[in-house]
Design a protein. Structure first.
Length: 128
């Protein structure tokens, strides 16, 4: 399975790449929503999962979610916000725009795994 990690922090991309890699995902990375959309449009492969930060330059995570949800090709992609934005109104906006789940930073690897298990996107029973 393929995951797309979208975050402007290189360190956070590495952390999420390590976590999802250990859960059986091949991982692509992008530094913002625009870069992620360009990557998606350059290939026929559609990731099963995207972990999306909110606050990024060029195109933020919410704009990425809105753009992906507007294209039927990406309808099956599971979108999970992974962000410092913890206000209830922000969470509601992201979920209303089409995100499936929401994780607030800081998080533990177990929290990511639990959310992915809840969403049903883990491979080969990788969930604890």
């Amino acid at each position: 399975m393929l995951a797309l990690v979208i975050d402007d922090s290189r360190a956070m991309r590495m952390i999420l790449t390590r976590i999802t890699g250990q859960l059986g995902f091949e991982v692509w990375q992008a530094g913002n929503g625009r870069e992620a959309l360009d990557l998606l449009q350059a290939t026929e492969t559609v990731p099963e999962l995207a972990l999306v930060d909110w606050n990024m330059p060029e195109m933020n995570g919410l704009e990425f979610v809105v753009n992906v949800r507007a294209d039927p090709k990406y309808r099956a992609m599971t979108l999970m916000m992974v962000t410092t934005e913890g206000e209830q109104s922000q969470i509601v906006r992201a979920l209303a725009a089409g995100a499936h789940e929401y994780v607030i930073k800081p998080f533990t690897p177990d929290a990511i795994e639990e959310k992915l298990a809840l969403l049903g996107v883990l491979t080969n029973g990788a969930a604890a």
